[in-house]
Design a protein around this ligand. Structure first.
Ligand code: ZN
Length: 501
């Protein structure tokens, strides 16, 4: 470690401690805190956030960053340290660009607007949420303009917060390719929708047994219970404090067997990524996944490509049948596999199947782009939303709660986030194609042996954390940068077989 980096280290450590505390409060709020705690606890969280900011945004840190960016200093740094400086420089510029009073006002706004959104969704009242949304968009436009390079669109700045490798032009090409192929494929599949029965999925499934089975599944895939916990929350999520404390949640529905099963596989995919990050990198600014998209690629690889395959279920399906003989004894493995892969257009993104999922994302991407280029007026968003659903999925929401109001992201000011979900699916397909060249993936799954798959992902992707970006990892692992073709081909191949197209 260089002398200059040594001077920076205490600031980084302190910021990390405040960040950890903030994350713990978030975990607590989502899982165990009582309903009325939020208003009071938010004061504590506000102070912790301010302290976090002060640790990183100050003259000492600024001078140290500038020095460490010099060539002579760079030569003395390890590759991990160089990655940390790059990330710190980015974070510094982002935090510094926003005046503290605007930053605070925005945080206050989003805590109120999130509740307004929840009420609007419950009451099916978009007009109630629209004024908040307008304010959030104004702030986001302003914040983006502070950081925009000359000629750069505000939306592109926001996209960069989640995925630095892809600009609007790249994403337009990526989504155009997906859209063209998938809209047609989904239409063909919809016509044959009644050839697959999954009525078994909606019978009553005892919740305690669901909890047991999901815990078993997480462990089967490789979740390390000595370094992680599973709790329950309204919407499943993953939160990591460091590589020895990774937390996931799940939620259970009595008359929907699949819901919790695929949620726990998904979150376990995220958890494996975080648990496998190198000790040398954890608890640093690059001690997490390479990007949102890269993270989603790992959760979706397990949830969809592996978790919905016949090979994966062959060794363990009997265990599920044993838990629920009254519902499943007449449902063969083949029947179950067809059921869990059934695709049909639906209105709600989080409940969408693998085939239609990206179309939900494309709709959000196109609308976000229009919002930030000034082409879409906030008051007209519900109409725009409904038209796009009709165009791409062939269905129209009957109200705004199941339309424009369904997602929480915008109420927090998270614009530019949605594309990561689709990028994740595409990255997963690209990596999976490579894995199949390198190892007998299906045979491992049939043998109930997930270890070689997990170890491969650890060594190729997970251990590096965010010291490399998405395209760097993809190039090293697959020889190519992100390409939509693998994803499109994977889906075509799968659904043409499933539906005899
Ligand atoms: Zn996820």
């Amino acid at each position: 470690m260089s002398k200059t980096f040594e001077k920076l280290q205490p600031y980084l450590d302190k910021a990390m401690a405040f960040e950890t505390a903030r994350n713990l409060f978030e975990w607590d709020e989502q899982t165990t805190a009582p309903f009325e705690a939020a208003d009071y606890t938010s004061k504590v969280v506000g102070i912790i956030s301010d302290e976090y900011r002060k640790c990183l945004i100050n003259d000492d840190v600024r001078k140290l960053i500038n020095k460490l960016k010099e060539e002579k200093e760079q030569n003395e740094l390890s590759s991990n340290e160089r990655a940390i400086i790059k990330e710190l420089d980015k974070t510094y510029k982002e935090l510094e660009s926003i005046p503290p009073e605007e930053y605070r006002a925005f945080n206050e706004l989003t805590s109120v607007s999130n509740r307004a959104w929840a009420k609007a969704k419950k009451d099916n009242n978009y007009e109630y949420f629209a004024p908040y949304l307008k304010k959030i968009i104004e702030y986001k436009k302003k914040f983006a303009s502070y950081r925009a390079k000359k000629g750069q669109e505000p939306y592109e700045v926001l996209l960069g917060d989640f995925e630095e490798c892809f600009n609007i032009k790249d994403l337009d090409l990526f989504f155009d390719k997906i859209k063209k192929e998938l809209v047609t494929l989904l239409k063909q599949v919809s016509k044959k929708s009644d050839t697959i029965d999954k009525s078994y999925n909606y019978l009553k499934y005892d919740l305690e047994k669901q909890r047991d089975f999901c815990r078993y599944l997480a462990g089967y895939i490789g979740f390390d219970f000595n370094r992680g916990v599973i709790a329950e929350s309204a919407h499943p999520f993953t939160l990591q404090l460091h590589n020895h404390d990774v937390r996931i949640t799940n939620s259970f529905i009595e008359d929907n067997l699949e819901s919790a099963i695929f949620s726990v596989i998904h979150e376990t995919g995220h958890a494996l990524y975080e648990m496998n990050i190198d000790d040398a990198v954890t608890q640093t600014l690059v001690g997490t996944g390479a990007s949102m998209g890269m993270h989603e690629s790992q959760s979706r690889l397990f949830e969809n490509i592996i978790g919905r395959s016949e090979a994966f279920w062959t060794p363990i399906y009997d265990k599920l049948v044993d838990a629920y003989p009254e519902n499943l004894k007449n449902i063969s493995l083949k029947h179950f596999i067809r059921g869990i892969n059934k695709a049909e257009p639906s209105l709600i993104r989080t409940e969408a199947d693998e085939l239609s999922y990206s179309l939900h994302i494309i709709i959000r991407y196109e609308i976000e782009k229009m919002i930030f280029s000034g082409e879409a007026d906030v008051d007209k968003l519900p109409d725009l939303w409904n038209k796009k659903y009709e165009e791409y999925l062939g269905i129209t929401p009957s109200n705004d709660s199941e339309g424009i109001l369904q997602d929480t992201h915008w109420s927090y000011g998270e614009f530019g986030y949605f594309p990561s979900y689709a990028i994740g699916s595409a990255v997963a397909a690209q990596i999976y194609a490579k894995m199949k060249d390198l190892m007998p993936v299906d045979q491992y799954l049939l043998d109930g042996n997930i270890t070689p798959i997990r170890e491969y992902l650890r060594d190729a992707i997970h251990k590096y954390g965010a010291t490399k970006n998405t395209n760097q990892i993809l190039k090293e692992v697959t020889g190519e940068e992100l390409k939509a073709d693998y994803y499109v081909n994977y889906l075509k191949d799968k659904y043409e077989k499933l539906y005899n197209l």
